[in-house]
Design a protein around this ligand. Structure first.
Ligand code: BG6
Ligand code: MG
Length: 208
């Protein structure tokens, strides 16, 4: 029985995953290498710093700490410029309806995201008030697949992780949810989200 629902943000509630990808791809191209959607799967759900580490590994590039920090900052600047234009209409189909439905059933709702831009995105989408707790990249120290973000979100809801269902589009996020002891609904491709308890194409399948 689900007492709490914990939602990833990027790729689950809103398609910001594409803006992350475009900003990382632009950085890779500036550095002189291609960055494909297959490469990008490794970055989904992963923190900004860890994402850059993986990207540079793919490009076979080594940089000093200052350059690393500048690169992370320039990617974020480009990303924030694209999400600054986000509209409430860009909430993924069914996501808002499903959140409202769960609330009306008395299910507690948390956000469990690696992003440091999560509060900004929720405010742009005008859905911050639908969450009882927000655990984001500013509040966790260990990135997915570590379960920290989902354990913290359960605690913030006053619940045991095993009474919570995690909704995730990233392989690292599915692993984090399972490691926390929650049931996990994968959103996307069953080939990529193999460890999820159930895989759906989008929250529209559950709303209504
Ligand atoms: C996750 C995304 O939600 O947040 C990752 O799936 C991203 O792709 C991570 O790297 C960190 O986001 P931000 O906004 O703090 O750079
Ligand atoms: Mg995601």
């Amino acid at each position: 029985h689900m007492k709490g629902a914990i939602f990833d943000l990027d790729g689950v509630i809103v398609d910001t995953a594409k803006y992350h990808y475009l900003a990382w791809k632009a950085l890779a191209n500036r550095l002189g290498f291609e960055f494909t959607e297959a490469h990008n799967e490794r970055l989904k759900g992963v923190s900004r710093v860890e994402s850059l580490r993986i990207l540079l590994e793919i490009g076979g590039i080594e940089v000093d700490e200052q350059t690393f920090n500048e690169m992370a900052e320039s990617k974020n600047k480009e990303y924030v410029a694209s999400i600054a234009k986000l509209q409430p209409e860009e909430i993924l189909p069914g996501a808002k309806a499903y959140l409202q439905q769960l609330r009306s059933q008395g299910v507690k709702i948390a956000l469990g995201s690696a992003s440091k831009n999560a509060e900004f995105i929720l405010s742009k989408l005008e859905i911050a008030d639908l969450f009882d707790a927000v655990i984001d990249g500013n509040k966790v120290s260990k990135a997915k697949p570590d379960p920290e973000v989902f354990v913290s979100a359960s605690v913030a809801l006053g619940l045991d992780p095993k009474d919570c269902v995690v909704f995730e589009d990233a392989e690292a996020g599915v692993q984090a949810g399972k490691a926390a002891g929650s049931k996990v609904v994968g959103i996307g491709s069953p080939e990529i989200l193999r460890e999820a308890d159930l895989v759906i194409a989008g929250l529209a399948e559950l709303a209504g």
